[in-house]
Design a protein. Structure first.
Length: 162
């Protein structure tokens, strides 16, 4: 069990936020509080089995307590612009028939994937769909945004995603 002073020693939460956050976690069943003689102050706290399970499941944890993505969102700002350029390039490509329809479907699939919140992008899916798109034209210069999009994602965003 940790006392409030021990929790504050980690410098992970401000003193004025500690009580509200601990009571919130208690209400959710993620921690237990040993109450002292001066409520709402607590004398000690400990994590529950549900709290441990939540912390160990990174996907569920990030869904319930989304991380601050300000930096990640800033890095990914140009991605929608590149995707829209790719959509235009695919519309005006010289490819015809079934190959054109497949290209347009792949571009739309990529667009749908990248319109999700950044933390929910599936790196492997994006990489695979980009590979599919790159295979369509005979001349790689017909879709220059694919290379730029891949470079932007690899250099800026994918390294930050888990």
């Amino acid at each position: 069990m940790l006392t409030p002073e021990e929790i504050l020693a980690y410098n992970s939460v401000k003193r004025e936020d500690l009580m509200a956050n601990m009571h919130y976690l208690k209400d959710r069943g993620l921690v237990e509080l040993m109450m002292g003689y001066r409520p709402p102050l607590f004398a000690a706290s400990r994590i529950t089995a549900d709290g441990i399970d939540l912390v160990e499941n990174h996907y569920e944890f990030n869904l319930r307590f989304p991380p601050s993505l300000d930096e990640l969102e800033k890095m990914s700002e140009k991605i929608p612009i590149l995707v829209e350029r790719l959509v235009e390039e695919a519309d005006f490509t010289s490819i015809d028939g079934e190959k054109r329809r497949a290209l347009l479907r792949d571009v739309q699939y990529l667009r749908d994937e990248l319109t999700r919140p950044v933390q929910r992008w599936r790196k492997d899916v994006v990489r695979t769909v980009l590979s599919w798109i790159e295979e369509h034209p005979d001349d790689p210069e017909e879709l220059p945004s694919v290379r730029e999009l891949r470079e932007a994602l690899e250099a800026e965003v994918f390294d930050e995603l888990k």
